[in-house]
Design a protein around this ligand. Structure first.
Ligand code: G6P
Ligand code: MN
Length: 456
């Protein structure tokens, strides 16, 4: 089985390859093609993978290429994990927004819109090429903003593109532990929303499917503050909501505090990662052999994970991230489980970004939502979830409307649609600010020069 990774020079590729190396079952991936625009980054990652594979006799073969069409031909699965504009672009997304006093996060608010506007045309081009060159391949989209980018690709690939994120799995794992659930694999999570905008409303053990275990958590102060989301949002707010929100909702519920924390930080997340990654890729370029490459990569990875959402935790007084949160077991396992379920027709239940198909009656069938899905050889089928509350429905509808403006801008080049996207976002408080945001992002990103048509 052949897997192609777009963004193959990216820092997280060794996580995926590590998961493939641990997969001992029949029908596993035998060949990995890494595609990237940057040869030096491909060489660096190939170095780490070679070190990972050392001593593993049947490790998947690895080849690298900068030719996209060549990478796609013959692929059974395509992982799309690109970063249009690189980490310099992410830092600019943050900087421009913060200068206007609004959030510049990678996936949330103005920053997420800017990143989406840059990424949609590229993702659409990839989707078209896949449809032409590898029509039977399944595309697993890792590229952020994951829900929006998956929807852009699904307009050309239908249900053969599935978006993934590790945050709902992590949330489910932490809440299950806080509840003292003995076998998290035998529980059903009632989680729903959009990517980075979802809520866990219920936890049901398979042997007692009629009883929601989650409400008991709200009576237990110690359990409630024993995990990341409890510490970020505070016990009282979780009780008020009656659900456990995805950690990215911290940017909504505590917007003022997170904007201040980002503005006061020595560096934004994107700028920190840009510098950290530059050191890592320089280090790899200086190495004559693969030996030690994995250890160097792992040190960088650990530092990255330990500082994840540090500003939010600081703003919330949440303290350090819990050690067991830093273990891997995140998105590479979701991707592997998804690929195995499709390739081997092994039934699995996973929280994925897929077309709505009636799951949330609020949205049309083509809207990509993040919901639990049953996966088999025919793909990912959304499962029923409990209805959204008024508050959840309000935010989901507002943010989906913003995503639709980004998609329209990305597909038509309409600057008017781009301004509308910024202006309609719940975390942007003025149309004037929205206009200035587009001007600021256009100056910062040559990749946004395509936004020309339409009067602003
Ligand atoms: C979480 C999110 C991902 C994001 C990742 C890394 O896992 O779900 O969408 O890419 O964090 O964030 P970072 O700030 O380290 O790039
Ligand atoms: Mn994510």
């Amino acid at each position: 089985m052949r897997l192609t990774i777009l963004g193959g020079g990216g820092f997280r590729v060794p996580l995926v390859y590590g998961a493939l190396l641990r997969d001992r079952a029949g029908g596993r991936v035998t060949h990995v093609t890494l595609h990237d625009l940057d040869r030096a980054r491909l060489a660096a990652v190939a170095h780490v993978l070679a070190d990972q594979a050392a001593g593993v006799p049947d490790a998947p073969a690895v080849s690298v290429t900068t030719d996209l069409d060549e990478a796609l031909r013959g692929a059974d699965f395509v992982f799309s994990a690109i970063r249009v504009g690189g980490l310099e672009g992410r830092a600019a997304d943050e900087r421009v927004a913060l200068a206007e006093g609004v959030l510049g996060q990678e996936t949330v608010g103005a920053g997420g819109i800017a990143y989406g506007l840059r990424t949609v045309p590229v993702a659409v081009d990839i989707a078209r090429r896949v449809a032409r060159l590898a029509p039977d391949a399944w595309v697993i989209n890792f590229t952020n903003p994951a829900g929006l980018v998956t929807e852009a690709m699904s307009r050309h690939l239908g249900e053969r593109v599935i978006g993934i994120c590790d945050s709902p799995v992590g949330l489910g794992r932490r809440v299950a532990r806080a509840l003292g659930v003995t076998d998290p694999a035998r529980t059903r999570l009632d989680y729903t929303g959009l990517n980075h905008l979802g809520w866990l409303r219920g936890v049901y053990a398979d042997d007692e499917p009629g009883r929601n275990l989650l409400p008991a958590l709200f009576d237990d102060e110690r359990a409630l503050t024993s995990f990341e989301e409890g510490r970020l949002f505070g016990a009282e707010w979780l009780r008020s909501l009656g659900s456990v929100p995805n950690e990215y909702l911290h940017y909504y519920y505590f917007n003022r505090e997170t904007v201040t924390a980002y503005r006061e930080a020595k560096q934004t997340r994107g700028a920190f990662l840009r510098d950290q990654q530059a050191r890592f890729y320089d280090d790899m370029a200086d190495r004559a052999s693969a030996s030690g490459a994995l250890a160097a990569w792992d040190r960088t990875r650990a530092e990255r994970e330990a500082t994840y959402m540090a500003e939010n935790r600081e703003a919330a007084g949440a303290g350090e991230r819990a050690a067991d949160d830093l273990e891997s077991g995140g998105y590479e396992y979701v991707a592997l489980a998804l690929m195995r379920a499709i390739a081997r027709d092994e039934r699995a239940t996973l929280i994925l970004n897929v077309r709505n198909r009636g799951t949330l009656p609020l949205l049309d069938d083509a809207a990509v939502v993040e919901v639990p899905c049953r996966v088999d050889a025919a793909g990912a089928h959304p499962l029923a979830v409990s209805p959204l509350t008024g508050h959840e429905a309000g935010l989901v509808a507002a943010v989906k409307a913003v995503e639709r403006c980004v998609l329209q801008a990305g597909e038509s080049g309409s600057a008017r649609a781009a301004v509308k996207a910024f202006a309609l976002h719940p975390l942007v408080d003025s149309v004037t600010v929205a206009r200035r945001l587009l001007d600021g992002y256009r100056s910062a990103h040559p990749g946004l020069a395509y936004l020309t048509s339409g009067v602003r």
